[in-house]
Ligand binder design. Sequence first.
Ligand code: MLT
Length: 407
Amino acid sequence: MRRARTKRKSRPRRRTAGARGARAPYSVNANLSKLPPYLFVELDRKKREAIERGVDIINLGIGDPDLPTPALIVDRMAEAIRRPEHHRYPSGKGSGEFRAAVARYMDRKFGVKVDPATEVLALLGSKEGIGHLPLALASPGETVLVPDPGYPPYLSGTVFANAIPRRFVLEERNGFLPDLSELPPRARLLFLNYPNNPTGATATLEFLERAVAWARENGTWLAYDVAYVQAYYDGRRPPSVLQIAGAKDVSIEFHSFSKTYQMTGWRVAWACGNAKAIAALAQVKDNVDSGVFTAIQEAAAWGLDHGDAEEETMRRIQGARRRLFSEGLRSLGWGVFESSATFYLWCRPPKGTPSDVAVARLLEEAGIVATPGHGFGAGGKGYVRFALTQPENRLKEALARMAKVAW
Ligand code: MLT
């Protein structure tokens, strides 16, 4: 005879450490352990330790311009900050004035038409927009293609969205452009970034045409990061992906004020492109931030409309630094990747010295902070990145100190 089943009072199960799925109380998001310490936080820590030891540091680590924000933007800000209507919550997607200025700028610089109402979004820096993009476009478990070496937030944003990062290696022999035929098909999202951080490589319109075609064939969103698009030194402005016919069907592009107008501390940028992708990113942001301070938007918009001469000044200064430092490095036996954009030099240390050894010796023996290539992913192994964010006299001093390091 079968006994009738009685419902047993359930006793709370004891969780044992190591049991499958069990998590210690007060543990933190397990995704965090998938990420290395954030590259520039780590570099900053090492720099501070050296400064505390009394070392006269020459910081060529993070790409944080030493030049001030142009006066025309600062002056506009000084006026804008006094207007009480700016002291309230900003419009999440950006003020009408800001988005209209972006649309004018995209047209004037790239011949690209974007609808300020639906195809432009203000960001708290392009890092923020990039970091949130996978949450907006990729569902958990979907694949996101991340360049290696590459700017760290492509990877961390993907991990936070519980999407699966697949890294593809950028190789010097291909000019640090990906071989599109080798990318896994039908990923949800592909990140590309030219002018490229960390390598300084640029992409041609012809390459972008192929990238857009690839994205269309594979049903993959293309996120194109052009934070350094105005930092070019050969007289030829690198293209926007939106110049490619049909790109707007599949692409969202990230622009920044940080490097064009030396505004890293202001936290302002924009995304433009596909209206559906813009709306999705805006939806994520509406839930986690409250937009860019309207006074900052006003000053930034003013810069877009009136800052051409200031952009030119930045290029003249950075171009001269680039020539000086790359010639100096070559004369000291460093291999320097030939490039004409960004303010980074991507280099191989003398005599095959591994990049971590080279970076440690630069700090210890020359008081120079540089970024180890592998900090941008395993594909950066063997390289060191120098950010030319110091005046020429300090760059000369850095070269003089480096000449004394025996490799
Ligand atoms: C860099 O050094 O790679 C950049 O300055 C970092 C950033 O833009 O967030």
